[in-house]
Design a binder for this molecule. Sequence first.
Ligand code: NAD
Length: 284
Amino acid sequence: MADILKGKPVADAINERTAAAVNELKEKGVVPTLCIVRVGERPDDLSYENGAMKRAAAVGVEVVRRIFPADVSEEELVSAIDGINADPAIHGVLLFRPLPRHINEARVCNALAPEKDMDGITDMSMAGVYAQKKLGFPPCTAQAVIELTDHYGIDLTGANVTVIGRSLVIGKPVSMMLIKKNATVTICHTRTRGTADIARNADIIVAAAGSAGMIEAEFVREGQIVIDVGINWSEEKQKIVGDVDLDAVSPIVSAVTPVPGGVGGVTTSVLMSHVAEAARRSLE
Ligand code: NAD
């Protein structure tokens, strides 16, 4: 049976490092501060916000919130972001997406100063991921995958990694970050032919397709490590499930991350570490 690579020990280790960094900054008179920008009251956003606020309190990061009604105008939102950019007391911003349809999301995201972009939502942050420059921050979930491999001592050098998914939130940035760690990366997407064969050939699979239980026995072989980024609501099981069919896969592979309790639990810890790092960079 596969080892279950839980997210909690990874998150705990990140939190410990972040809390120490936050204390050091506070001794220098800087209070690392995150601004959460939320439009409307979507239950997913509220639940993530609650988790983030608890995590922030645990590591000593301050949180301020800017909450707007769902019918807020694009101009009002951009002007609020301009104000946040100019506020030296705010080091990082988490902007919930998707924004309502009447708003040009790309314009609002790119209004944010990249140095305050904690979740890789600006084009400049993404350019930083590709160019390996500190222009902003990578998306928290993509970095959570890397933190997890680091924590469990998974050697990426020369490893064949198949990433399933090519979104700008996970698939593409995590692929670049894996290459930086010297992995050989193949990206699969909806138009890929033979995804199961490609996945079975890999040493490591990163599943970020958003498709409940799609990684079944035919995608895997003995000795593989499977990292499940998916968070999907299963109507059939009436619960949150990953992209990996754990019952089918865990008797075959070496190690697998669970859902819930895997990568997802690491994301808010990465977010707080970004806030501390943004505050540290603000002193440079
Ligand atoms: P997305 O829908 O934007 O992208 C999914 C990608 O997977 C696409 O590029 C698509 O081409 C590919 N894909 C879909 N079905 C496929 C298939 N059958 N075969 C091959 N490729 C396929 O989704 P996203 O925003 O990248 O999120 C992916 C998953 O990660 C979702 O389940 C989402 O809920 C989850 N997620 C988790 C976290 C976290 O903190 N763990 C954060 C964000 C998103």
